[in-house]
Design a protein around this ligand. Structure first.
Ligand code: NDP
Ligand code: 8X3
Length: 249
């Protein structure tokens, strides 16, 4: 049984990870801002869930988080840096810089601070796994992706650079880079609560599901300690990396 810390477990991938990890016999520290959702998860999954509120934009709370855990939950075998969001899809020059700040604070600053807090115990034990949720947005640019894509490109490069520091150690880091995925609130959040606009994005398509991402994470968790999967780019068959855009006069 492993102890797995999942950020952003109140919805989407994070909730699917929690369900899958518990099904596989692990226990999960489930975090996020909407504590009532975490409590519902704990009621559903029982003592294998430790529900704890954590806002990834609250730098002090993130820095203190590991030390504030109950003693028997403080050993973290797997960290899943999942909490994240995209806000808006308008051109950079029309975007709200407050949205930019929130994406950077959550997807980058929160992620690196929590990673820094968890890493020492993994290095000391010479054992651990960090799963970072990147995105195809960190690999391929698209209109309106600017800051979100930039944050995910950071997450990819951070993941790869961590392994450079960790070479020779059984502390593993994988960047998971999904494309179009349904079963989460991602697009509703991106479109400011416009559920109809979000639903239109997935209509008549067969995207990946949150459970597909959880299946991948479960596989990564099950691998032997000497195996590092550096990155996984995943898309549904209804999607492929696009051709370069060329605009006429
Ligand atoms: P959801 O919107 O369904 O879930 C996002 C989770 O992040 C929620 O649990 C939310 O919890 C949490 N979160 C957001 N901001 C904060 C914060 N400040 N502090 C703590 N938790 C926060 O989206 P997904 O499940 O789809 O996304 C999960 C990850 O996967 C993200 O990093 C996303 O960028 C990435 N991703 C998503 C793809 C998709 O198409 N869905 C594709 C590729 C990558 P709460 O609001 O309760 O705090
Ligand atoms: C989410 C996938 O293509 O909407 O990270 O950016 S995409």
């Amino acid at each position: 049984m492993k102890t797995i810390l999942v950020t952003g477990a109140t919805a989407g991938f994070g909730a699917a990870f929690a369900r899958r990890f518990v099904r596989d016999g692990h226990r999960v520290i489930a975090t996020g801002r909407r504590v009532e959702r975490l409590q519902a998860l704990a009621e559903e999954l029982g003592d294998s869930i430790l529900p704890l509120q954590l806002d990834m934009m609250d730098r002090k709370a993130v820095d203190r988080f590991v030390d504030s855990l109950p003693a028997d939950w403080r050993r973290i075998d797997v960290l899943v840096n999942n909490a994240g969001l995209a806000l808006g899809l308008s051109p950079a020059w029309e975007s709200d810089v407050a949205d930019w700040d929130q994406m950077i604070a959550t997807n980058i600053t929160g992620l690196v601070h929590l990673t820094r807090a968890v890493l020492p115990q993994m290095v000391e034990r010479n054992d651990g796994l960090i799963l970072n949720l990147g995105s195809i947005a960190g690999d391929y640019p698209y209109p309106g992706g600017h800051i979100y894509g930039g944050t995910k490109a950071f997450v990819l490069q951070f993941s790869l650079n961590l392994r450079a520091d960790l070479v020779g150690k059984n502390v593993r880091v994988t960047n998971i880079e999904p494309g179009l995925v349904t079963g989460s609130e991602f697009s509703v959040v991106r479109f400011g609560g416009d559920a109809a606009r979000a639903a239109a994005l997935y209509a008549d398509k067969a995207p990946l599901t949150a459970e597909d991402i959880a299946e991948t994470a479960a596989w990564l968790v099950s691998l032997p300690p000497h195996v590092n999967i550096n990155r996984i780019e995943m898309m549904p068959t209804c999607q492929a990396s696009s051709a370069l855009a060329v605009k006429g006069k």
